[in-house]
Design a protein around this ligand. Structure first.
Ligand code: BES
Ligand code: ZN
Ligand code: ZN
Length: 492
């Protein structure tokens, strides 16, 4: 979707959107239309029970010259500080118009006193909500094809174009994450995930390092490789490095769970709904999208994005429940349940990250546990952190970005629950507190002095319902959060 900004309404045919706040007189906001058009619009809005609630829309065709124009009045609600207000307004307009037949939308904010940043946020919402992936639809009926191509925002203050530069980079990253998450597992597997990232990011100056299974064996990554045993698709460990900050500075490290398909392995999952496990690489997808965003906007920070990429399959060669594996850290793990594979991938990826980059801070993202969805549903991702300052920074980034986080506990009492009679630990605890025992498992691999946060995003990567900024499907959760976290804490 093309987004641009202008001082005046353009000439020609397009749908026109007029935002209205609770306290505005609708008639005042409809200046430029003649009296009969204004009366018509006001009546139509009332008849549609339009009450200016945030992102509510009423629609009417008004005569204009020889023809008619589609006019949308869109609510701005009563509170200017409402969370993601402008993004939601943009998203609501796209949701209305995407397949409407209209190709162009003009949003006229003249007289509302919006600054450039706020206007850019309307554009961002409109574009984010318009993302779709129709590559595999060869028979999409004409009426279901997106028609809306362009949004022009008219009458905002200065700086919209500048603000848009960063938003456009975020949009690229968000779209890339959604694409990776949406692709089925026969298309995106460890090696193809790497190549897709490389194609997008190497031209922007992101440095790539990729470990194959031999290299990982050499390093002793028995936990990650154990997960991969049952798969025909060889595992990869991918590191994407963006050096936008001071030379020699220690990088911030993001680590993503990239299980490109999770059957559960020998502890196989039930058939119903298993197709969802193509998005068990959503953590790695978010890390990749965040790296693309940072490179796209030339962030002034040193950041490394690491993705542990494996496919978890049942097979004669697959690991068995009860197997004991040795992780890169030297710690041994009894694999009670082969479906608790994400932590086995993350522990070796985190050990490698620490040895290689000596980071002060690591944030990992993973679709780690179904229990997380039981706890928080689809509203918040769970955040576990060993440092209060880091937790605060992440919560602040979460509020600012709309990618919501809720802090969860860690602690020795939970840690005891993963003791094993045969090895240093087992990979699952009891059913109760399943997300927390998963987190304390990972914590055992975080070295002394390293600030670490683990984001369990199992409930956030995919949505069965359309919301303000996405259609049904991949949400792109985490990209805006990580981008915001870097901007607020590492570019100062
Ligand atoms: N990828 C799943 C977690 C998951 C489940 C994410 C549903 C999104 C939706 C993970 O690998 C898994 O299977 N976890 C198990 C752990 C259990 C065996 C301790 C789970 O949550 O059931
Ligand atoms: Zn699993
Ligand atoms: Zn999994």
């Amino acid at each position: 979707m093309k987004i641009s900004f202008a001082a005046q309404r353009p000439a020609g045919s397009y749908a026109l959107a007029i935002p209205v706040r609770s306290e505005d007189m609708l008639g005042d906001r409809l200046q430029g239309f003649d009296d009969s058009a204004r009366t018509l619009a006001a009546r139509a809005a009332e008849a549609q029970r339009f009450e200016r609630e945030t992102a509510s829309v009423a629609e009417v065709f008004v005569p204009e010259g020889e023809g008619a124009r589609r006019l949308l009045v869109v609510g701005l609600g009563a509170r200017k500080d409402e969370e993601a207000l402008y993004e939601r307004v943009g998203g609501a307009l796209t949701a209305r118009l995407l397949v409407s037949g209209e190709t162009k939308l003009v949003v006229d904010v003249s007289g509302l006193g919006l600054n450039g940043e706020e206007a850019a946020r309307i554009g961002f919402g409109a574009a984010a909500r318009g993302w779709r992936y129709d590559n595999y639809r060869t028979k999409l009926p004409r009426k279901q094809k997106p028609s809306l191509e362009e949004v022009v925002i008219v009458g905002a203050g200065d700086g919209a174009d500048q603000a848009w530069g960063d938003k456009a980079a975020l949009l690229e990253g968000l779209s890339f994450t959604r694409e990776l998450v949406t692709e089925p597992a026969n298309i995106i597997y460890p090696a193809s995930f790497v190549e897709r990232c490389r194609k997008r990011m190497e031209p922007l100056g992101v440095e790539f390092e990729v470990l194959d299974e031999d290299a990982m064996r050499e390093l002793g990554m028995g936990a990650l490789l154990g997960v991969s045993l049952g798969s025909e698709q060889p595992a990869r460990l991918l590191a994407m490095r963006w050096n936008g900050g001071e030379a020699g500075g220690k990088p911030l490290v993001f680590v993503g769970k990239g299980v490109t398909f999770d059957t559960g392995g020998i502890s196989i999952k039930p058939a119903a709904g298993m197709e969802a496990m193509k998005w068990d690489m959503g953590g790695a997808g978010a890390v990749a999208g965040a790296m693309l965003t940072l490179a796209g906007r030339k962030a002034k920070a040193n950041v490394v994005g690491i993705c542990g990429l494996v496919e978890n399959m049942p097979d004669g060669k697959a690991q068995r429940p009860g197997d004991v594996v040795t992780s890169m850290s030297g710690q041994t793990i009894e694999v009670i349940n082969t479906d608790a594979e994400g932590r086995l991938v993350l522990c070796d990826a985190i050990s490698w990250a620490q040895r290689k980059y000596k980071p002060e801070t690591i944030v990992d993202l993973a679709t780690l546990t179904g229990a997380m969805i039981i706890s928080l549903g689809h509203e918040y991702a769970g955040m576990f952190a060993n440092d209060d300052g880091l937790a605060q920074q992440l919560v602040a980034a979460s509020t600012a970005s709309g990618d919501k986080l809720w802090r969860m506990p860690l602690g020795d009492a939970y840690d005891k629950l993963i003791e094993s009679p045969i090895a240093d630990m087992k990979n699952v605890g009891p059913r109760e507190g399943g997300s927390i025992t998963a987190a304390v498992f990972i914590q055992r691999f975080v070295e002394e002095g390293v600030k670490w946060a683990h984001l369990d995003i199992a409930g956030m990567v995919w949505s069965d319902k359309a919301k303000h900024l996405f259609d049904k499907g991949a949400t792109g959760f985490g990209v805006a959060l990580l981008d915001r976290f870097v901007a607020a804490n590492y570019e100062g």
